[in-house]
Design a protein around this ligand. Structure first.
Ligand code: IMP
Length: 338
């Protein structure tokens, strides 16, 4: 069996995603219990308890979710689709705990000005960051406001330098990998999330660029969170893992003796409500209770991964360099059996 470094994985013939790889614990761990592993980190000048960021989707991050995540040491990016932003700007809800918001590409300057009074991070929420208008918008915001700017999304590192030159502080990595995303089917664009992330990571390394990396889309489990950080992500962005929790916008629905909540893509019909080109699905996910349950589960899994891999800190986890590529049968073998 070959042990692959990040560079080896990046150079692999085929594009890879989280289920294709696993950690290989090659070192004797000096960590006695997972409580010794610390997941705190600094992301975009914000001290976080864990490098977890929520997707700016209308079925994930409303005011309650952003505030709950802030209380849990994570970062919520408020969506731009529902009435959340309007309520904030009207003064109907307090700004406390709202540290990041998403905006549309055509958001006017006075809106951005109001948002930067309380939010330290603005996310230009588009499907493709490698686009002239996005770069111009990023530059305009950076020239006028003292705020961190997150752009997205990219599938590879080819244009990373252009994003940095436009002033971007962070980039969301992943096209076609989201769990309600139909971009790849509709357009044929997109590669596996592991390969996407590594391609951007090595572009940053080789060109010595200063930009933070967000692994966005396709993360299904605490193990995937650990893998994304070990592959060089500074933070993970979660949609489905947080969907269905109490704090997400929307009602709990009882159907077939089970409780559910809606989860839908930002480019789905339900969000657009017009007969436009659609690149996202709508679905129901089981109701999960409070988001604290989910965040605690991620924290436990992440710290356990760190103790197997002898990492006391997130920085040490980012240095991990021993992975394996799983055959299909070895992937299936690792799943619990009924
Ligand atoms: P998930 O965590 O796998 O559910 O992926 C969430 C990510 O999917 C988001 O952060 C976006 O990058 C992406 N996404 C959200 N809505 C859409 C859509 O309608 N089409 C394509 N991608 C989407």
């Amino acid at each position: 069996m070959k042990i692959y470094s990040k560079k080896d994985l990046s150079n692999y013939d085929l594009s890879l995603t989280y289920d294709d790889i696993s950690f290989v614990p090659t070192k004797i761990s000096a960590i006695r219990s997972r409580v010794e592993a610390k997941t705190n980190t600094n992301f975009l000048d914000i001290d976080l308890g864990m490098p977890v960021v929520s997707s700016p989707m209308d079925s994930v991050t409303g005011i309650k979710m952003a505030q709950a995540l802030n209380d849990l040491g994570c970062l919520g990016v408020l969506n731009r689709f529902d009435s959340s932003l309007e309520n904030l700007l009207n003064g109907n809800v307090p700004h406390s705990g709202i540290r990041s918001v998403s905006i549309a590409l055509n958001a006017p300057k006075d809106l951005i000005s109001k948002l930067t009074e309380f939010a330290g991070v603005i996310c230009i929420d588009t499907a493709n960051a490698a686009n002239k208008t996005v770069l111009q918008k990023c530059e305009e915001i950076k020239n006028n406001f003292n705020v961190k700017v997150m752009v997205g999304n990219v599938a590879c590192g080819a244009n990373l330098k252009d994003l940095v030159n436009a002033g971007a502080d962070a980039v969301r990595i992943g096209i076609g990998g989201g769990s309600v995303c139909t971009t790849s089917i509709q357009t044929g664009i997109g590669i596996g999330q592991v390969s996407s992330l590594l391609d951007v990571y090595f572009a940053r390394e080789s060109e010595k660029l200063n930009i933070e990396l967000i692994a966005d889309g396709g993360i299904k489990s605490p193990g995937d969170v650990a893998k994304a950080i070990a592959l060089g992500a500074d933070a993970v962005m979660l949609g489905r893992m947080l969907a269905g929790t109490k704090e997400t916008p929307g009602e709990v629905i009882k159907y077939a003796d089970q409780l559910w909540k809606k989860y839908r893509g930002s480019s789905s019909f339900g969000v657009k409500m017009k007969n436009e080109f659609i690149e996202g699905e709508e679905t129901m996910v089981p109701y999960k209770g409070t988001v604290k349950n989910v965040i605690d589960g991620i924290s436990d899994g992440l710290r356990s991964a760190m103790s197997y891999m002898n990492c006391k800190s997130i920085n040490e986890l980012k240095q991990v360099n021993s992975f394996v590529i799983l055959s299909n049968s070895s992937y299936l073998e690792r799943l619990p059996k009924k």
